[in-house]
Design a binder for this molecule. Structure first.
Ligand code: ZN
Length: 451
């Protein structure tokens, strides 16, 4: 298959008149400065698809259901109670229906791989399904039907709070012991067997949910695989960690685990200078989820200081309250502008495009965190591409990095025209080819769940 683009972001920068040959889902050849030939599938400007490094797909179904004030100090913790109630009703079929909708929306917004931080393992009574990975298989099936690439991150969850507190009944569907978790990993591998370019990692849920001894076992189960953990998202979590251990969460983690480039520290919102330096030096990726962090009132990660130390980050849609790759980048930058009272905070130096810098950091950081190729549009890399609608107002008269700036700051999901995953076009004219069926099934399922 041959694709031709009026311009494309190659590893060496933007080039005009680009032809990309695709074979077996991979890029087989890249040429630029060439005119289209009969039979070429012709498109506007293109870039590699962005990795979405942190998702809980099922939470798409509760978007908008936790926006009513509860107690006067409404917080993440009241949102979590709504989430626990929603979780109680889900089974593999309903999970697949919700995840598939989330995944087609990700593709339509410019994400081509998702890191699914998957903790909903067992049946409603807390007992494992006969197929221990039945819920993981539902996630894999949703990825398969949507076409998105999947990095599955089965979550180890054993405790309700710091110090090995026993889990609550509302957490029973998440909980494994170490033996059960090892079996879950094996069964999850089988669930991924038919899925093109799938990756599996492990995810100790948070320092609240694992003990130091469990953390040591879980992080050695899959050598070389990604390791993801929620950390320092909420000030209450930091205070509880201090009260329990005398240390801040990131400080505690670095004292007990070999944190390296395999790790993704999700949120890391509340960190001090010394912790930022440790994270940057470790080459771990920080997983920022700006829309969700804003929605939950988490706080702002000190991205400017982290970037100055050479730190790496990617972005994730996390709660999926709204799914939009460009908006994650926009909100990340705007949070920093509002804090520092200046413009172009994360542009990484004079004359550099902010949108392109944000995009490039999120692409490289996301690829690393998800165990995926960070090569971009290069021979041998997966043919995962996104093209912009040339006639969209955010495209007109823009060239090169201006296109990314216009998408991030002035565009929206409707700026995206086509999306290819492993060389297969799954979005045309901004719509996923199976949107109608997947949306109709989602509507049916949600009517049942919310009845
Ligand atoms: Zn999360």
């Amino acid at each position: 298959m041959r694709l031709w683009f009026e311009s494309a972001l190659l590893p060496e920068g933007w080039r005009k008149d680009v032809r990309i040959d695709v074979a077996n889902g991979l890029i087989a050849a890249v040429m630029f400065g060439v005119q289209p030939e009969p039979g070429d599938d012709r498109h506007g400007p293109a870039m590699p698809g962005l990795p979405n490094l942190h998702s809980h797909a099922f939470q798409r179904g509760m978007a908008g259901l936790a926006e009513v004030s509860g107690r006067s100090e409404d917080s993440f913790w009241t949102w979590r109670e709504t989430m626990y109630r929603f979780v109680a009703a889900l089974d593999p079929d309903t999970l697949q229906a919700i995840a598939a909708l989330a995944y087609i929306e990700m593709l339509e917004s410019g994400f081509t791989r998702v890191g699914e931080f998957h903790y909903l393992h067992h049946g409603p009574d807390g007992r494992a399904y006969d197929d221990r990975a039945a819920m993981a298989a539902a996630i894999a099936a949703a990825a398969q039907e949507s076409g998105i690439a999947l990095t599955l991150l089965p979550v180890f969850y054993a405790h309700a709070d710091f110090g090995g507190t026993p889990p609550r009944t509302t957490q029973a569907r998440f909980v494994n012991d170490l033996d059960g978790f090892a079996r879950l990993i094996d069964d999850s591998r089988h669930a991924l067997a038919g899925l093109d370019q799938a990756v599996i990692g492990v995810a100790p849920h948070s320092l609240r949910a694992v003990t130091a001894a469990e953390l040591a076992v879980v992080t050695t189960l899959l050598p070389d695989a990604p390791i993801h953990i929620h950390i320092a998202e909420q000030t209450r979590e930091v205070e509880a960690c201090m009260a329990w251990s005398g240390q801040r969460p990131v400080e505690w983690l670095f004292d007990r685990a070999e944190v390296d480039r395999r790790w993704c520290l999700v949120h890391a919102t509340h960190v001090v200078e010394a912790e930022l330096r440790q994270i940057a030096a470790s080459e771990a990726v920080v997983g920022l989820c700006p829309i969700t962090e804003a929605n939950l009132g988490d706080g702002l990660f000190p991205a400017r200081a982290f970037q100055a130390q050479g730190g790496r980050f990617g972005v994730g849609s996390d709660s999926n309250v709204r799914i939009d790759a460009g908006e994650e980048l926009r909100l990340l930058e705007y949070g920093q502008r509002l804090t520092h009272e200046m413009r172009n905070v994360l542009s990484n130096g004079p004359g550099r495009s902010t949108g392109a810098t944000l995009w490039s950091m999120a692409f490289q950081g996301g690829a690393r965190a998800l165990g995926a190729s960070g090569a971009g549009l290069a021979v041998g890399a997966p043919a995962d591409l996104v093209s912009f609608l040339p006639s969209h107002p955010a495209s007109v008269g823009r060239h090169g990095d201006q296109l990314i700036d216009s998408w991030v700051f002035g565009g929206a999901r409707d700026h995206i025209d086509s999306v290819w995953r492993a060389g297969r076009k799954c979005v045309s004219g901004g719509r996923h080819h199976d949107r109608e069926r997947i949306t109709a099934r989602y509507v049916d399922v949600m009517k049942g769940l919310l009845a």
